[in-house]
Write a protein that binds this ligand. Structure first.
Ligand SMILES: [Mg+2]
Length: 128
């Protein structure tokens, strides 16, 4: 089934990097949406539901932690899997975000295969 992804990161370079990995992973992605902070992500999600959200933690306006809190308390958004993509790899921070309901964590920089593996697991596709 075609998949819609939302990439949330304040760095255009990182968004492009993640996009490229998704594209070369071979997943049947029908749409790749982008947002540069949590508030913009919520605006996009209100209009268009997606199958998975990849989010940075540290962003201006609304950070990734707040985005996860808002999504988890919203009936329409609480079941969308969220994967954190960040350099903020302190054990405590990661644990907090996983406890809030994030489904996975990728520390920047990461090998493309790691993202592919996570997408396979969370979206239920056979590894490609
Ligand atoms: Mg950032």
């Amino acid at each position: 089934m075609p998949t819609r992804l939302l990439i949330v990161d304040d760095s255009p370079v990182m968004r492009s990097f993640v996009k490229r990995i998704v594209m070369i992973s071979g997943f049947p992605v029908s749409e790749l949406l982008e947002a540069d902070n949590g508030a913009e992500a919520l605006r996009q999600l209100a209009g268009k539901p997606v199958d998975l959200v990849l989010t940075d933690i540290n962003m201006p306006v609304m950070d990734g932690e707040e985005l996860i809190r808002r999504m988890k308390s919203d009936e329409a958004l609480c079941r969308i899997p969220i994967v954190i993509v960040s350099t903020d790899a302190t054990h405590h921070r990661v644990e907090t975000l996983l406890n809030l309901g994030a489904r996975g964590y990728l520390a920047k920089p990461f090998p493309p295969e790691r993202l592919s593996e996570l997408l396979s697991t969370l979206l239920n596709y056979a590894a490609l």
